[in-house]
Every structure is written in C-alpha cells, then in structure tokens.
Design a protein around this ligand. Structure first.
Ligand code: NAP
Length: 287
C-alpha cells in the first residue's frame, strides 16, 4: 500500500492519476485534510484517510499498514515541524521506503534567498537521510504552470514586468513531475536516490520574452522593475498580502539564480523527453 499525502493538491492528483495507470486503486491510500476533499478520490476507488501534518496523531493513524509514503511538501511556515511529524510517524510504523518532494536549488549560490524554504527543503532532506529509512528525494524545479501567475496570461500584449533581472530558472510541467514520481513509486528500488525533477534548459525572463515575440510575431518587451516599486505596484493593484509575498520572494530567488538547475533526471524517469518550456509557452500564451 502506498500513502500519497497532499492528495487533493495539483501534484498529488497528477501522481495518483499516473499511478492508477500502473497499479490498482486498492493499493493506493490518499491523505486529505477533510472528507470533502477526499470525495473525488473515493470515487476513483482509493481509500481516503483524513489528517494534517501538524496533527501527529492523525498522521500516525494515516500511516498504519502502508509500506511506502509519499510526503508532498507543506506550504506552511511550520513546514519543517510538520514534515518531521510525517517522517517520525512513518518510521515508527515500520514503512519500507519514504519519498519526499523537495525543491531543486542551485548549490553554487553562496547567499540563499530561500529563507524558511531552506528548512522545508534541505533540513527535511537531511532529517530523512539521517532517519535510517530507505528514501527517495525529488528535488522539484519550478512548475511551468506558475509562470502565468507571475507574468499574466495576456503577456503577448502587456509585455513582462517581473524583477528577476537576468536570473535564469528551469521549468517543468507539474503533470510530468507527477508522472515521473508515479513511475518511481510503482517500481521497487530507487533507494537512497536524489532526483532533480527540472527542465533540461534554463531561461531568463528576457529569453522568455524573446520566445514569445517569435511565436506571436509581436514585440514582447521584458522589464525588470526595482523590486520595491514592483511590490508597491502589486499592493496598489489589490493583490493579496500572501501573493505579494510569494511573487516578490520568487523574483528574488530567481534573480539570485537559485532555480538555475538543470538535469536529465526527469527525462530518464519519464522514459521520454519532457515537454520543453518553448512548447508550454506556445500552448499557454499564444492564442
Ligand atoms: N515547484 C514549484 O514550482 C512549487 C510551487 C508551489 C508550491 N510548491 C510546493 O510543492 C507542493 C505541492 O505542490 P502542489 O502544486 O500540489 O500544491 P497544492 O496544489 O497547493 O497542493 C498541496 C497539497 O498538500 C496538502 N497540504 C499542504 N499542507 C498540508 C499540511 N500541513 N497537512 C496536510 N496536507 C497538507 C494540501 O492540502 P489542502 O488541499 O487541504 O490544502 C494539498 O493537497 C506544495 O505544497 C509546495 O510545498 C512547489
């Protein structure tokens, strides 16, 4: 039995859908935070368990009788503590292997802007590695699907205004990351491996604007505003506090080149080449 946490989320859903093409539904258990979120999963034939990472007792129940646990990273400020609850509960339950979706990061960057995300990523990874549990870690790059959030859908007409300067990042489609993770979960092995689920090329936002210009036949300009001016503008537009924080943090991480990580691991786990960012850009922004 494989427990998929974050089962109601985008990545968890992709993992489950791909896993269902490989193993039967009665071998998959889904963890969700409330029964309502589990309805669609139940309809697919999965056993649904209710729990939240912060509530250790609920996690202890959720891991009962499962052999593999996929820990999808938490978004919370308390992510490290929450992750530890899942890892400790899984270890105490005697599972055979833990899988964790971490974040890809450029190890050559000396001063990270990741802030509390560092704990959620590196410290959780180290906690898993030293736990003694057989593990597989997925260092996920940026989801291509996050791009419209930062640059808008009408970018061909508006141009790109995002304070990433010349920082580069690689992007991969979340569904393909889910497929790669499902392939690993359905297999035995991959023990004590760390995979980088990233695109195979990195792009600056100036290069993204150039590609969009080429695909649309229009001049799509890129400007990297002063980060403070950008933040003020987002607030003036009425963007929520949380989204302002997320956008400015992401811009500073990209500016710092921290998502400039490329690897062929995703292609290898998929068994085929992953979708290039260029194709994603054309499919998403050109209409
Ligand atoms: N690589 C990237 O570009 C990128 C971008 C954004 C986030 N991330 C990270 O990757 C993770 C998965 O991405 P996603 O797109 O699937 O995010 P998502 O759609 O927001 O889904 C996150 C899932 O995790 C569950 N979850 C979050 N915190 C939890 C907690 N404390 N206890 C139990 N369940 C919890 C959520 O439950 P609910 O449905 O109840 O909320 C949801 O099912 C995110 O949680 C975040 O850490 C990566």
């Amino acid at each position: 039995m494989i427990l998929i946490t974050g089962a109601s989320g985008h990545l968890g859903t992709a993992v489950i859908n791909h896993l269902l093409t490989k193993i039967s539904a009665d071998k998959i258990v889904a963890l969700v935070r409330n029964a309502e979120k589990g309805k669609a999963l139940k309809a697919k034939g999965l056993e649904v368990r209710i729990g939240a990472y912060a509530d250790k007792a609920s996690i202890e129940k959720a891991v009962e009788g499962v052999s593999k646990v996929l820990l999808v990273s938490s978004n919370s400020n308390d992510a490290l503590k929450e992750h530890k609850n899942v890892i400790d509960s899984a270890k105490d339950a005697g599972i055979s292997q833990i899988y964790y979706t971490s974040g890809a990061r450029n190890e050559n960057v000396s001063e990270s802007k990741l802030g509390s995300l560092t704990d959620a990523y590196s410290t959780t990874e180290n906690y898993i590695i030293t736990s003694g549990l057989p593990y597989t870690i997925f260092q996920n790059g940026l989801y291509a699907e996050t791009l419209p959030f930062f640059i808008g859908y009408d970018v061909v007409n508006t141009g790109i205004s995002f304070p990433a300067e010349n920082g580069k990042a690689s992007f991969a489609k979340r569904d393909e990351m889910g497929k790669a993770i499902a392939n690993v979960l359905a297999d035995d092995g991959h023990i004590d491996k760390i995979y980088k689920l990233t695109g195979s090329l990195s792009y600056s936002f100036a290069e993204i604007a150039e590609l969009l210009s080429e695909f649309s036949g229009k001049n799509v300009a890129y400007e990297s505003p002063d980060p403070k001016d950008y933040e003020t503008k987002l607030k003036e537009y009425g963007v929520s506090k949380m989204d302002v924080l997320y956008s400015t943090l992401l811009a500073s991480i990209i500016r710092n080149d921290e998502y400039n990580v490329v690897s062929s691991d995703l292609d290898e786990l998929l068994g085929h080449r992953s979708i290039d960012l260029e194709i994603y850009l054309e499919d998403t922004f050109i209409y």
